[in-house]
Design a protein around this ligand. Structure first.
Ligand code: MN
Length: 316
């Protein structure tokens, strides 16, 4: 990775204007990584713009610099585009950005990354993009301020499920420890990202728990939220079910967990497993047109989840 890091450092330092972007719908990992780099580049006087389709979700608004994130570009041009967590350039979801002719640095840890950049900082063995960006900061000898540390630690904490997932390695904890020394606080980050705060979210989780089934033969645990369930629960924040599939997967006898939910005309599915269970859930996600990692994958497809009289759901 050192050759790529050096090339990336040179590209960044020689660019006049830089655009930072990620896949649509900001998450803590890629969003935190963007903000960390935005802080550094602004501190060094570089003209930098950060754009994420659909902007900043409520749970991540505490991140320093989040107000600077824009939802699209107009007709500006940039010398360099840096993408975070995009398996392919189209994942940015914004045509004006995918049409840009600027060279691309592609930073990611998804195993299905297509290496679409002129330069690809892709390491599928990293817990998070934030851990990779942390390594890059150290390689470049760039200062890690308290703000930068908070952004990067948020990425690590959200992608490791508060250090509980199988992707948590010694290097991850070492990075987290050093970011804490720089002033980031685990309790402050988890307060915003890992705790259920709203009663309606609790109600939604209890419905999803009630709908869960562990198949005694296949040892697959599944749950589904239908349109009827949603209208019964009432209005919910977009992030309401974040973390639910991990909770399903925490049942020790389950080989893997799959959670599907209706979201307008679309069915959103997420899958999780653990190292010792020897399942590659990305292969299952691929059957539904999705993708991801061996232990964490997802898909979205057009359709409806229906329930029969016995409470068994089906995808139509
Ligand atoms: Mn990630």
């Amino acid at each position: 990775m050192h050759t790529e890091f050096l090339k990336a450092k040179n590209l960044i330092e020689s660019a006049g204007s830089i655009l930072l972007t990620m896949h649509e719908r900001m998450d803590g990992d890629d969003g935190g990584s963007i903000l960390a780099l935005l802080h550094h580049l602004e501190n060094s006087g570089k003209s930098t713009t950060a754009v994420i389709k659909y902007g900043v979700p409520e749970a991540l608004a505490f991140l320093p610099g989040s107000k600077k994130i824009r939802e699209d570009i107009s007709d500006e041009t940039y010398d360099l585009l840096i993408t975070f967590g995009c398996a392919g350039k189209e994942r940015v979801g914004l045509e004006k950005i995918t049409a840009l002719q600027a060279p691309v640095i592609n930073i990611d840890h998804h195993p299905d990354n297509t290496f679409f950049g002129q330069l690809n900082l892709v390491d599928k063995n990293k817990s998070s993009v934030a851990e990779l960006v942390y390594d890059f900061f150290n390689f470049c000898n760039w200062p890690i301020t308290q703000e930068i540390a908070t952004c990067l630690l948020t990425g690590i904490i959200t992608d490791t499920g508060c250090f509980m997932h199988a992707n948590t390695q010694s290097s991850t904890l070492k990075a987290a420890s050093e970011l804490t020394t720089k002033g980031a606080r685990v309790s402050r980050i988890t307060k915003h990202t890992a705790k259920i705060k709203k009663p309606e979210v609790l109600k939604a989780w209890s419905k999803a728990m009630e709908n869960s089934r562990l198949d005694p033969e296949s040892k697959i645990i599944t749950s589904a939220i239908t349109e009827d369930d949603l209208s019964e629960i009432g209005s919910l924040p977009k992030s309401a079910f974040e973390g639910f599939v991990e909770t399903l997967n925490s049942i020790p006898e389950a080989k893997f967990a799959m959670f599907i939910r209706q979201d307008g005309p679309v069915i959103k599915g997420s899958l999780r497993s653990d190292t010792h269970k020897n399942v590659d859930v990305s292969k299952i996600a691929k059957l539904f047109g999705g993708g991801g990692h061996k232990l964490a994958a997802g898909f979205s497809l057009q359709g409806k989840i229906t329930k029969d009289t016995k409470g068994q759901w089906k995808i139509k």
